[in-house]
Design a protein around this ligand. Sequence first.
Ligand SMILES: *Cc1c(COP(=O)(O)O)cnc(C)c1O
Length: 379
Amino acid sequence: MKFATKAIHAGQEADPTTGAVMTPIYQTSTYQQLEPGNHKGFEYSRGTNPTRKALEDCLAALENGKFGLAFSSGMAATDTVLRLLNPGDEVITGDDLYGGTYRIFMKVYENYGIKFVFVNTSDLNDLQSNINSKTKLIWIESPTNPILKIADLQVIGELAKKNNILYVVDNTFASPYLQNPLDLGADIVMHSATKYLNGHSDVVMGALILNDESLFKRLWFYYNAVGGTPGPQDAFLVLRGLKTLHLRMKAHCENGRKVATYLRKHPKIEKVYWPGFEDHPDFEIAKKQMRDFGGMVSIVLKNADLAETFRIASRFKVFTLAESLGGVESLVNHPASMTHGSIPKEKRERVGVVDNLLRLSVGVEDPDDLIADLEQVFS
Ligand SMILES: *Cc1c(COP(=O)(O)O)cnc(C)c1O
């Protein structure tokens, strides 16, 4: 089946007892057993729930994977992967990373004796030269948040395989509509389903998708043992969101292109980060591994200090100043003080997360209204 069909149907069948076309919200914590151990595959909802199972199967299908696991947040999904590590292990990851991922690495897992090495994931030499016998995990974001650098997922996959290193790609920014890291060699795809997958800014959820059954069993153990799993109502909402993922992503990409192109010519803007520009340093890789360039656009304001940047960020009328991304509505975010506030200043400034950087999540409103909003903000 092709993407749009999978988005609408994968994992979902009419309910066998009533014929309900939409997967019911199985609002139950437990399931009857006819005798101990004799049940229909569901025992207790921390581990298994039919609504969540439908969502997990749909997510797996969209990422071309065999197994899906849904979590109560993207961070719970990340935490579950990190539990596979042992003290003394090393992780190689990107220097431009979601702030919460940086925080769980450095403020939680470093305390347990795991070492994190930050590299420029667009520079393969930097990545390769940091691999040693202790390296157990490579964690990649592409496009990165918020500078929108692109890593060559396939080449990194070959490196990981050759060195027997677990390879995880956070595919939140691209969504499976734009790229499928499992097809490029990733062992696990991680998602904040809070963003494009759900797409309506009304649920917090995470997901892992993978192909290897023994790895799936190890992850499922922590999923159930630790219990960061979502409830059925939220699973239903994400399942509903997925049905329009392909339509929304198409519109996000079109509007993203229009907004990026408009801003690039604007005299008040010093720099626009968007991987669809032919002079973006990673454009060729983006073109090779992505089907389009997405709706995330970051901008550096010309000659604006922090106070002026705050004034501008507060002046939008159609865009809303808020954390998060990937919903149908356009959002503007100030990474240095909001999403990336937990990264030390000199560290974030080194990769470009300066005080006058704003990140736009371009929504699916009429693009003329989005451009008009930008025009009034900068006039
Ligand atoms: C939001 C986000 C996360 C964290 O997910 P939550 O659902 O907020 O826990 C991880 N990675 C990226 C790229 C994100 O944007």
